[in-house]
Design a protein around this ligand. Structure first.
Ligand code: ARG
Length: 604
């Protein structure tokens, strides 16, 4: 159930909501008006409206806190009395059929089924529409932001999956979303790497080592850097050369970046992840400028040769300039946030990065505010953080030999397992080779994404192919099957989405049966589910919602015939009104899958 407390400036007037408003937000405004009329002296009285399963459709739970506020002011009252007063004060509203007081002072709201007829009919006729947003925003979403010359690992898988869906959601709401991959492509490690290549791969000026060797060279160079003073000095010299744009070093660096990016691209294409590469290197001149600015504002303090900036007294400071004069990850993020706000005109910046970096982003926000780069009233900043991926042994996800799991290998295994699963069911015989491949990919990548997105992202989760490929329960496989089943109902009755659209012009959607109306109410909650996710950026709400839709559909389908057949299997009667309900369900499920970046299939 959803809980939304609100306070602040209050309106007494109430207008029938515009098309596309969610029921929840409409009911909040409705009760806000009632509270203001009944209790004008309580401007902070909370408007609490929630979905209620058993009694009525929604519930207003404001009477209890209001009674308490009254008591605090020395006025005698009880919640039932308050509830009665609110009921007397509600404005006229066509969506509400009736209100009842229950228990100690809950107000049960029964909706008018006509809103279901109208809204679901609209979906079948004109498609699933997003909730209305106050203003279309320019949003920068920073993901998946891997590091050049290093492997992609499961952490980047999470960033890719969560980032992609976050962008799709915000784009569906109509915002202008700039997807930016903040590549780790700058800094000391490239000095190390190039110095090492000079010894081990003398052709480095004209070609990059192949990706596998590159990662090995990277590890070797790090080891030498830590152990060998002479090498360390050389590494620093080469990073200076690189960052002063020496053409030889630039060329070598670019070759290395290209090889890595190509490798990343292979994975992102398989997962349908799209983001533009704007790496740390892009900010070199901007970092120089930002350091000057911070210096002039007197925000940098000396700390044993380093220049640091305190964003928050209770957190470690940002290192803006190292004692050797070099810049850091912190410096690059300061320049980046300035660029995004001033030049890209971002009004909302989202970082999809593991929870291990939460301090970094807290300090970043505080420093940006302190330096006058960011006005928190005008720019929203979110660190969309996520926990680590665990293996089935509940330890950090590793291969049997103890190495980090490479993404390519993981996706390949997913494909193999999905293929085996389909073969077990004999689908290799029922489907053409082309159809089989489409289904196999949809299941493999879909189940990996769904397993990730259906968990609360801040928690760690256990990666298990066996679990995610189960065809029962809250899994992508189950939900994809459900969708193909729903689609097949109308198809087997000789209908197409087009013919149903035509039928929707004259036939009302069937909502008389309790299970029909229950399904409809879940479908109508699509809008408020998206509104909630736009507030907190937790995509597991959408997975829970999708599963709820499928459960409500199953219950409906078990008790309501859509197509009646005689003993010989001949169709006797087609309930068009019910087929329309099936169609609206399928359309909403498809929209959810599209936001979750899960490909749907017509056959599997
Ligand atoms: N490259 C970093 C990593 O792999 C993530 C960068 C996130 N973005 C940012 N603006 N700091 O850990």
């Amino acid at each position: 159930a959803e809980d939304e407390g609100k306070s602040g400036k209050r309106k007494v007037e109430f207008q029938e909501p515009v098309a596309g408003s969610s029921i929840l937000s409409a009911l909040q405004k409705y009760f806000e008006a009632a509270i203001n009329r009944a209790y004008p002296d309580l401007p902070d009285a909370p408007v609490v409206v929630a979905v209620s399963g058993k009694f009525g459709d929604y519930q207003c739970n404001s009477a209890m806190p209001i009674a308490q506020l009254l008591k605090a002011k020395g006025e005698k009252s009880n919640p039932r009395e308050v509830a009665q007063k609110l009921m007397d004060a509600v404005p006229p509203f066509s969506w509400v059929q009736k209100l009842d007081i229950a228990g100690p002072g809950f107000i049960n709201i029964t909706l008018n089924r006509s809103i279901g007829h109208k809204a679901l009919n609209e979906i079948v006729l004109n498609g699933v529409k997003p909730p209305v947003v106050d203003r279309k925003l320019t949003i920068v979403c920073d993901f998946p932001s891997p590091n050049i010359a290093k492997d992609l690992h499961v952490g980047h898988l999470r960033a890719s999956i969560i980032g992609e869906s976050t962008c799709r959601l915000l784009e569906f709401l109509g915002h202008n979303v700039l997807r930016i991959s903040h590549l780790g492509d700058w800094g000391t490690q490239f000095g190390m790497l190039i110095a090492h290549l000079q010894d081990k791969f003398p052709d480095y000026e004209t070609k990059s080592p192949p990706i596998g060797d590159l990662q090995m060279f990277y590890k070797e160079s790090k080891k030498r850097f830590d152990e060998d003073e002479v090498f360390k000095k050389r590494a620093y010299e080469s990073v200076v050369k690189l960052q002063s744009y020496d053409p030889v070093y630039q060329k070598a660096w670019k070759l290395i970046c290209d090889v890595s990016k190509k490798e990343f691209q292979k994975v992102f294409e398989r997962l349908d992840v799209k983001a533009e590469d704007v790496g740390e290197s892009f900010y070199q001149s901007r970092m120089e400028q930002v350091v000057k600015d911070l210096e002039e504002k007197g925000l940098l303090e000396d700390d044993d040769g380093r220049k640091v900036m305190f964003g928050r007294a209770d957190r470690i400071p940002f290192t803006i300039v190292k004692s050797d004069g070099g810049f850091t990850y912190d410096t690059s993020d300061m320049a980046t946030i300035q660029y995004r706000i001033n030049e890209l005109k971002a009004e909302w910046i989202i970082y999809v990065v593991d929870a291990g970096q939460s301090t970094h982003f807290e300090v970043l926000e505080a420093c940006a505010v302190k330096a006058g780069i960011m006005d928190p009233e005008k720019v929203r900043l979110d660190h969309v953080q996520f926990g680590v991926v665990l293996g089935e042994d509940k330890k950090k996800f590793k291969t049997r030999s103890g190495e980090t799991v490479k993404l390519v290998a993981l996706l390949d295994e997913g494909l193999k397992r999905a293929g085996d699963k389909l073969k077990e069911r004999g689908r290799d015989e029922a489907l053409t080779a082309e159809e089989f491949k489409i289904a196999q990919e949809a299941i493999a990548y879909g189940c990996i994404k769904y397993a990730d997105l259906s968990h609360n992202r801040v928690h760690e989760y256990v990666f298990s192919f066996d679990k995610m490929l189960e065809d029962k329960g809250n899994t992508a496989v189950y939900l994809l099957y459900m969708l193909t089943r729903i689609r097949s109902i109308a198809r087997l009755a000789g209908h197409t989405p087009e013919s149903l659209k035509e039928a929707a012009k004259s036939t009302p959607i069937s909502l008389d049966h309790e299970k029909e109306w229950n399904l409809a109410k879940v479908l109508l909650r699509f809008t408020e589910t998206l509104e909630k996710i736009a507030r907190d950026l937790y995509l597991h709400h959408l997975c829970e919602y999708l599963y709820e839709v499928s459960t409500a559909f199953s219950e409906f389908y078990d008790s309501c015939y859509c197509v009646e057949k005689d003993a010989a299997g001949t169709i006797k009667k087609i309930h068009i009104g019910r087929l329309l309900l099936c169609e609206a369900t399928a359309m909403i499920m498809e929209q959810c899958f599209s936001i979750l970046s899960i490909r749907t299939v017509s056959k599997m």
